[in-house]
Design a protein around this ligand. Structure first.
Ligand code: PBG
Length: 337
């Protein structure tokens, strides 16, 4: 924030030399406007069926899909290094996928079992689960397809049941990432009706139809189901930012506790606008493509991957993000010591 100085002389050279306060590391640290802390980070984790298995995801270097026994170890690690919450994303067996994604509602599905196991083993770690059908549908869309279109109101009914199944399993934060109209209000009503008064809703409010979700779709196995289809009839047009403010305002009015802007780095202007326009916590998602680009360039020796990762994290904080989803959360927390 620029403030008028009472002493005009102070604003001019040589009385003012901004390099003075930059000349030593201790001083730079002292005057830093933003700081990154492990508390700022949310760690998304991919899960799969089986025992003691990690499956590396080729398009997400350093990230593996893990079975629930390993998930619990990762959850313990997250808690130990100061991360406050993890987000779970399942790879569902093709045999369990259907046009309606009914597996999403099953109390003993992979995500619900994962939630129970993590909350059992590490009760103080927040657990976030995505509310959307894409890991569960044969067509790879986030909702129910009718006559070639994702049907808004039918989808919401199912999403309410999915959110309730997750809340019943002990999920702390349900995170609708589907971009249907009106889903936050309906999910809030469903949670209240069943007396889940303390289940938080993190609304993916400004979620853009981005080309940067590819590695994620590989990780949850929805890429081949989706094929050449896109999600532009429900996710936002990257050309718009006023519309993002309308989405956020609606989700807050419908009962969202926090809102998300996604992707992150390419949408810092949206994060900044959101944090200056609204008083709810705004989270950002450094999405799979954004993470993968850093890893790929670093693997080629073109950039210092750790340094770029930290620079992007502080950029999120500067823009006003309260917490950041990043696949590098554990690596960053370790870097921060
Ligand atoms: C699914 C979902 C997606 C992501 C999070 N939840 C993909 C999509 O909308 O197709 C993307 C995250 C990432 O790319 O890291 N609703």
């Amino acid at each position: 924030m620029l403030r008028a100085t009472s002493n005009e002389q102070r604003a001019t050279f040589p009385a003012t030399r901004l390099r003075r306060s930059r000349h030593a590391a201790w001083c730079r640290d002292l005057i830093a406007e933003h700081r990154l802390h492990p508390c700022d980070l949310i760690w998304p984790l991919f899960i799969q069926e089986g025992k003691n298995t990690e499956t590396p995801i080729a398009s997400l270097p350093g990230v593996s899909r893990v079975t629930l026994d390993i998930l619990v170890e990762k959850a313990k690690l997250a808690h130990r290094i100061g991360i406050k919450a993890i987000a779970l994303f399942p790879m569902i067996d093709e045999k369990l996928k259907s046009p309606y994604g009914d597996e999403a509602l099953f109390a003993d599905n992979l995500v619900c079992r994962a939630i129970r196991e993590v909350k059992n083993a590490v009760p103080d770690l927040g657990v976030i689960a995505d509310v959307a059908l894409d890991p569960y549908t044969t067509h790879g869309h986030d909702g129910i397809v009718e006559n070639g279109h994702v049907h808004n109101d039918l989808t919401i009914e199912i999403l309410c049941k999915q959110a309730l199944a997750q809340a019943k399993a002990g999920c702390d934060i349900v995170a609708p990432s589907d971009m249907m109209d009106g889903r936050v209000g309906m999910i809030r009503a469903a949670l209240e009706h069943e007396k889940y008064h303390n289940t938080l809703i993190l609304a993916y409010s400004a979620k853009y139809a981005s080309a940067q979700y590819g590695p994620f779709r590989d990780a949850v196995g929805s890429a081949q189901n989706l094929g050449n289809a896109d999600k532009r009839s429900y996710q936002m047009d990257p050309a718009n930012s006023d519309e993002a403010m309308r989405e956020i305002a609606l989700d807050i009015a419908e009962g969202a506790d926090m809102v998300m802007v996604k992707p992150g780095i390419s949408y810092l202007d949206i994060i900044y606008r959101a944090t200056t326009s609204f008083d709810v916590p705004v989270f950002a998602y450094q999405v799979s493509g954004e993470y993968a680009m850093i890893k790929a360039a670093a693997a080629n020796g073109w950039i210092d991957g750790d340094a770029v990762m930290l620079e992007q994290m502080i950029a999120f904080k500067r823009a006003g993000a309260r917490a950041i989803f990043t696949y590098a959360a554990a690596d960053i927390a370790k870097l921060l010591g």
